[in-house]
Design a protein around this ligand. Structure first.
Ligand code: N01
Length: 532
């Protein structure tokens, strides 16, 4: 397959997906090159260095499972690892498995064009390099293309501006400064308590209040580590049977919320609230299917906000009224408590929207807030932004942008019609962001590696999804989402955070049936794909 090509496979991105893809492809004997825009490995954890950045999946689970030696050797220090520790881990993996020589850093892939006659991809980078390869794997991440809203006058601001997803390596100095932060998603909720401690004054511009559950982060319990390491493989296997690919240590109550009386329900929520993390949403089996059930959990959280926040008006402004879990839930350390500080002000940017940015600060609801620094915690063009940021041209010169004009369409979240030999890791239409990302990454990488190996073994040059399989898959993803409460709010799962983005529920709900389907498709001779 390598005749006339510079390499067999090009992988775009050296985050957790790209690193593992490279490791597997190399071991399978495919000549592989990885291009990475950053100067180092780690993807999300390379770019998101904002104060307080931390994973919301526990350390013993948010790590690779492919090497038992790796998982036995590596020592996490906290229940939820912070960004510096996860980045050290990514670097350790790159060094341990000798991956760096095949990664070209500081190089962004700008174009990928499929040559139908030669049946190969011609990939171009912003450093002027052009490389030919049989296959391209997009390991570009689901949350990597930052969203910086086009506020009027944005570039006129004379102070410093930051985006949480592109934090400077040297950090930011907020001591004695008046800081404004736009957004109250996961990034802001982690950053706000820390910035508030450092800054002279912090103004939070909140368009939509968000639910947040205490993480209860702490130094990792050595007894727990020993327990997991004694049966790591079994623990990982149990997690693969979980709806989101993690959390098998937590009891997921298979009963509806209204089957408990109010006192029992309160006690159940309370125990989970004190345990910390996503265990809260495992309290009942219908929290994301029944509005009535959901409201019991939502009201429990609102009550905790009212308990914590001293000023009742501020507390009410912080209380969300949408479905809990409909947007990605946030985990925090002292978030709501931060609003009791005298140097923190909450601006309701839903009621009093940001009108413009001036050289001195932000104008919202007719009032100008003088600022020295603005932090945009405004999220990402999720799931499609990074892929569509590359000029990808498939059969007939059609661009991926054209093909996804009305929203992304894929078969299994792995491939898309008209783009042979192009794979997406954790693409739209796969469970991806609704799971422990590393679990989904490993499942996709293993599937793609086995697929390329099968193609090589059987002498096939191309694989391409059929239109019928893709159409059926898109219908399936929508049907699964349609019986839940997920599509009921302005989430980035739906693309609603980006003006003009087509609104399609992008991830597939439910990891185990999905992984089983992928395995069946492969076992059945790549059912739903044309092999040539
Ligand atoms: O981004 P977000 P994020 N005017 O999109 C607001 C993962 N993650 O970076 O809700 C005013 O959630 C926007 O307001 P609204 C995790 O999957 C994980 O925080 O659209 N405000 C919202 O408040 C997460 O879900 C971890 O009304 C504007 C905020 O900006 C995902 O990344 C940590 C605006 C954006 O929130 C994204 O999180 C961090 C405008 N024009 C991130 N535009 C952990 O593992 C946007 N906003 C813990």
């Amino acid at each position: 397959m390598s005749d006339g090509q510079d390499c067999d496979v090009i992988v775009v991105g050296a985050g957790f997906a790209g690193l593992y893809m490279l490791y597997r492809l190399r071991r399978a004997g495919f000549r592989t090159r990885v291009f990475e825009a950053g100067s180092g490995v780690g993807g999300t954890w390379y770019w998101n260095r904002y104060p307080g950045a931390r994973c919301d999946v526990e350390s013993m689970e948010y790590s690779y499972s492919f090497s038992d030696e790796l998982q036995q050797d590596w020592e996490w220090t906290e229940r939820y690892a912070g960004q510096p520790e996860i980045l050290r881990y990514a670097n350790h993996v790159a060094d341990r498995f000798g991956l760096r020589p095949d990664i070209t850093f500081d190089t962004r892939v700008t174009q990928a064009v499929f040559d139908e006659e030669g049946r190969r991809w011609r990939v171009t980078t912003d450093t002027g390099e052009t490389v030919l390869a049989s296959f391209v794997v997009m390991a570009t991440g689901c949350l990597s293309s930052t969203n910086l809203p086009e506020f009027e006058g944005r570039d006129s601001f004379l102070g410093e501006t930051y985006h949480t997803g592109r934090w400077p390596h040297g950090g930011a100095d907020f001591a004695g400064r008046r800081v404004g932060i736009v957004g109250t998603g996961s990034s802001a909720i982690q950053a706000i308590p820390i910035i508030a401690e450092e800054a002279a004054h912090l103004t939070v511009f909140q368009r939509t209040p968000n639910y947040s559950i205490p993480a209860r982060n702490a130094p990792i319990d050595p007894a727990y580590v020993r327990e997991i390491k004694a049966e790591y493989r079994e623990f990982r296997a149990r997690n693969l049977r979980m709806h989101a690919g993690f959390g098998s240590k937590v009891h997921h109550n298979d009963a509806p919320a209204l089957s408990d009386d109010p006192a029992a329900r309160e006690a159940n929520y309370d125990a989970r609230w004190h345990h910390g993390g996503f265990a809260f949403l495992g309290a009942y089996n219908d929290l994301l299917r029944s509005r009535e059930a959901n409201e019991t959990a939502a009201e429990f959280v609102r009550e905790r906000i009212r308990d914590v926040v001293d000023d009742p008006e501020v507390a009410e402004r912080l209380c969300p009224d949408n479905v809990i879990g409909c947007k990605r839930p946030c985990l925090d350390t002292g978030y709501f408590e931060t609003y009791n500080r005298p140097n923190v002000e909450l601006v309701d940017a839903g009621e009093r929207p940001i009108e413009r940015i001036t050289p001195q600060g932000i104008v919202a609801g007719g009032r100008e807030f003088d600022l020295d620094c603005i932090v945009f915690a405004t999220g990402f063009d999720a799931m499609t932004g990074a892929v569509l940021g590359i000029d990808i041209r498939g059969r007939g010169g059609k661009t991926l942008k054209q093909m996804w004009d009305a929203g992304p369409r894929t078969y299994l979240g792995l491939c898309t019609v008209g783009f042979p030999n192009l794979f997406l890791i954790t693409g739209p239409g796969s469970p991806s962001v609704l799971t422990n990302m590393i679990v989904s990454i490993e499942q996709h990488v293993d599937w793609i590696t086995a697929c390329l190996d099968d193609l090589r073994r059987t002498g096939r040059a191309t694989i391409e999804a059929t239109r019928q399989a893709q159409d059926d898959w898109v219908d399936h993803v929508n049907a699964v989402a349609g019986v839940t409460l997920y599509p009921t709010c302005n989430s980035w799962y739906l693309g609603k955070n980006i003006p003009g983005k087509p609104q399609v529920f992008m991830p597939l709900i439910g990891f185990p049936p999905y992984a089983q389907k992928c395995a069946e498709v492969a076992a059945d001779g790549y059912q739903g794909f044309d092999l040539d």
